[in-house]
Design a protein around this ligand. Structure first.
Ligand code: FES
Length: 107
C-alpha cells in the first residue's frame, strides 16, 4: 500500500492534490468525516480541474468544481450535476483510511 497523507492534512470541506506512484494526479476531499478521492481529470475536455493549487471546490465548498467551464460534481459520487458534462462523472479512486490515521492507496 502507498501512504498518501494523514487525515489531518485534509480538513473538512477542503481538498488536496497528490501524485500517485504511477504518475496520475488525484485529489482527496473530506465531507462529513468521510474521505473521497478522484482522478484530477474533467470528463468534459480531459483537463485538470483546478486553476489555483488545491482549489477543487466551489465558493460555497459544497461541490467539486472544474475551473475551466464551471462544471459542478457531487463530492460523494463525482457525478456532474451542472455544466457541459452533465450526467458524466469524475473517475473515483479507491482509498482506505487506516487506524494509524493514514490515507492509503491499495496496491
Ligand atoms: S473542461 Fe471542465 S467543464 Fe469544461
Amino acid at each position: 500500500m502507498h501512504k498518501l497523507c494523514v487525515t489531518e492534512d485534509i480538513p473538512e470541506r477542503e481538498a488536496r492534490a497528490f501524485e500517485t506512484p504511477n504518475g496520475d494526479t488525484i485529489f482527496i476531499t473530506q465531507r462529513d468525516g468521510a474521505f473521497f478521492a478522484y482522478q484530477n481529470v474533467c470528463p468534459h475536455l480531459q483537463v485538470e480541474l483546478e486553476f489555483l493549487e488545491n482549489q477543487f471546490l466551489d465558493r460555497d465548498q459544497e461541490y467539486i468544481e472544474c475551473s475551466t467551464h464551471g462544471a459542478l460534481f457531487t463530492v460523494e459520487t463525482g457525478e456532474c450535476i451542472s455544466g457541459p458534462c452533465l450526467g458524466q462523472s469524475l473517475e473515483k479512486v479507491e482509498i482506505t483510511v487506516h487506524s494509524d490515521g493514514g490515507i492509503y492507496l491499495p496496491e
